[in-house]
Design a protein around this ligand. Structure first.
Ligand code: ADP
Ligand code: ASP
Ligand code: MG
Length: 409
C-alpha cells in the first residue's frame, strides 16, 4: 500500500463535470489500495475573478483581506470534490489549510510554509478515508489566513507529501508533463521523461509556470519524488529526479520565459563605494525582489545602474528609486515594463563551451536586440523587448535542436 499525494490544478477542476472526472480518477487510485491525499486549486479563473472583485472596490486592497478572499476559491473545490467522491460511494473529507495545520509565516500573499502537522490527515487515511486539502493556503501563528503566491497549490501538495513521507507527489495538470518549453508558445516543444531538480528549479524560477518554484525547492530539500502528469490522458508524465546520471545528457533541458519583468535605470549616479547598496538597500527593505543587476563602467565619476523587478512591483520600486535619485543627486530615472526574460537552462551547459555565443548568434540573426544578460553555471538569461518573446523562444528552440532527443554527452 502506497501513500500518494495528488494535486489537481484549476483547469482540471474547472467545471462540475471535470470535478466528477477527478473524483473517478482519485477513486481508482483508492480502489487500487493506495492511501490518497488530494490537493486542489480553485476552479480555473476563480482566483482572477476574486482579484478583480476586490480591485473594483479598492486599487490596493490590504494583503490580509486579499488572503481571506482568495483562499475561498479553494474552499469551493475541496467541498465539491468531496461531494463528488461521496457520490461515488467513497468516504472523503475536505479540509482548509488551517484545519490541517499548514502553518506559514505572516507574509500575506507570498507566505512560506513553516510546518505541517499531519496527524489529522493520518487519522483519516488510517480510517480508509480520502483526504481533500485546499491548496494555496495556510494560517500564520496568530490564526490569520495566508496564501502562498500564485500557483501555490503545487507547494501545498509537495509540503503535504513531505510531511506525510508520501511515496509520490503527483501534479496533475492540463499538459502531460514538463516540456522543453511552454507548448503554447512553441508547438514543437518536446515532452521530457525526466528532468533534474536543479534544472526544474531554474526553469521554474525563470518563469515556467508548470510548477511553482517553491514546490520544486521543497521537493528537492525533502527528497519528495515528484511527477507532472495530465489530468485528461494516461501516461507516465515527467519525473523530477535527483539523479543526474539518469537524465538524457542534453546540453539544454529547456527554455523558460517570463512576461512578469520590468526594468529600472538610474543614470548619472556619483560613482563611489556603497552606491549599489544605497540604490538597492531601500528596494530590499520594501520586500521587493531584484533579479538582474547591471552597473555600467563609470565615466566623469558618475555611472548608470540598471536592475529588474517583478512587473507588479514596478510602481512601488519606481517611487523608491525616484526618492533615492534625489538623495544621491542622480541625473534621471527610467522605467520600462515592455520587456521579457528568456532563459536557456541545462546541467549539460557545465561541460559545454560556446552555448552563450550560440545563443547570442541565433538571436542576432533574427535582429533581436539583447538588453541585459545574466549567466550562472546552468542558465543563461537575456532581457529583450516583449514583442520578441515568441520569436526568441522559437528561434532558440530550433537553434539548439530541442525538438530532437539528444544522445551525445
Ligand atoms: P495548473 O492550473 O494545473 O496548476 P498551470 O497553468 O499553472 O496549471 O501550469 C500548466 C501550464 O504551464 C501549461 O498549460 C503550459 O502552458 C505552462 N508551461 C510553461 N512552461 C512549461 C513547460 N516547460 N512544460 C509544460 N508546461 C509549461
Ligand atoms: N488558485 C491559486 C492560483 O490561481 C493557486 C493555484 O492554482 O495553485 O494561483
Ligand atoms: Mg499551477
Amino acid at each position: 500500500m502506497a501513500l500518494i499525494v495528488q494535486k489537481y490544478g484549476g483547469t482540471s477542476v474547472g467545471s462540475t463535470e471535470r470535478i466528477r472526472a477527478v473524483a473517478e480518477k482519485v477513486k481508482r487510485c483508492h480502489d487500487h489500495g493506495d492511501q490518497v491525499v488530494v490537493v486542489v486549486s480553485a476552479m480555473s479563473g476563480a482566483t482572477n475573478r476574486l482579484v478583480s472583485l476586490a480591485k473594483e472596490i479598492a486599487p490596493h486592497p490590504s494583503a490580509r483581506e486579499m488572503d481571506v478572499l482568495l483562499s475561498t476559491g479553494e474552499q469551493v473545490t475541496i467541498s465539491l470534490l468531496s461531494i463528488a467522491l461521496q457520490q461515488l460511494g467513497v468516504e472523503a473529507r475536505s479540509y482548509t489549510g488551517g484545519q490541517v495545520h499548514i502553518r506559514t509565516d505572516n507574509a500575506h500573499s507570498k507566505a512560506r510554509i513553516v510546518d505541517i502537522d499531519g496527524r489529522r490527515v493520518r487519522t483519516d487515511l488510517d480510517a480508509g478515508r480520502i483526504v481533500v486539502v485546499a491548496g494555496f493556503q495556510g494560517t500564520d501563528q496568530d490564526g490569520n489566513i495566508t496564501t502562498l503566491g500564485r500557483g501555490g497549490s503545487d507547494t501545498t501538495a509537495v509540503a503535504m507529501a513531505a510531511a506525510l513521507r508520501a511515496d509520490e507527489c503527483q501534479i496533475f495538470t492540463d499538459v502531460n508533463g514538463v516540456y522543453t518549453t511552454d507548448p503554447r508558445v512553441e508547438p514543437n516543444a518536446r515532452k521530457l521523461d525526466r528532468i533534474t531538480f536543479e534544472e526544474m528549479l531554474e526553469l521554474a524560477s525563470s518563469g515556467s509556470k508548470v510548477l511553482q518554484i517553491r514546490a520544486v525547492e521543497f521537493a528537492g530539500k525533502y527528497s519528495v519524488p515528484l511527477r507532472v502528469l495530465s489530468s485528461f490522458e494516461e501516461g507516465e508524465g515527467t519525473l523530477i529526479t535527483l539523479e543526474d546520471k539518469d537524465v538524457e545528457k542534453a546540453k539544454i533541458a529547456g527554455i523558460a520565459f517570463s512576461r512578469d519583468e520590468a526594468k529600472l535605470t538610474i543614470r548619472g549616479v556619483p560613482d563611489h563605494p556603497g552606491v549599489a547598496y544605497q540604490i538597492l538597500g531601500p528596494i530590499g527593505e520594501a520586500n521587493i525582489e531584484v533579479d538582474m543587476i547591471v552597473q555600467n563602467i563609470g565615466k566623469d565619476e558618475t555611472t548608470d545602474f540598471t536592475f529588474t523587478v517583478h512587473r507588479n512591483d514596478l510602481p512601488q520600486a519606481l517611487e523608491i528609486l525616484q526618492k533615492t535619485a534625489k538623495d544621491l543627486g542622480a541625473r534621471e530615472v527610467e522605467a520600462d515594463d515592455k520587456i521579457v526574460k528568456i532563459a536557456l537552462v541545462g546541467v549539460g551547459m557545465r561541460s559545454h563551451a560556446a552555448i552563450a555565443s550560440n545563443m547570442f548568434k541565433a538571436l542576432s540573426k533574427e535582429q533581436i536586440n539583447i538588453q541585459m544578460i545574466s549567466t550562472s553555471e546552468i542558465k543563461i538569461s537575456v532581457i529583450v523587448d516583449e514583442k520578441y518573446l515568441e520569436l526568441g523562444v522559437r528561434t532558440l528552440h530550433e537553434a539548439f535542436d530541442l525538438n530532437r532527443i539528444e544522445t551525445q554527452a
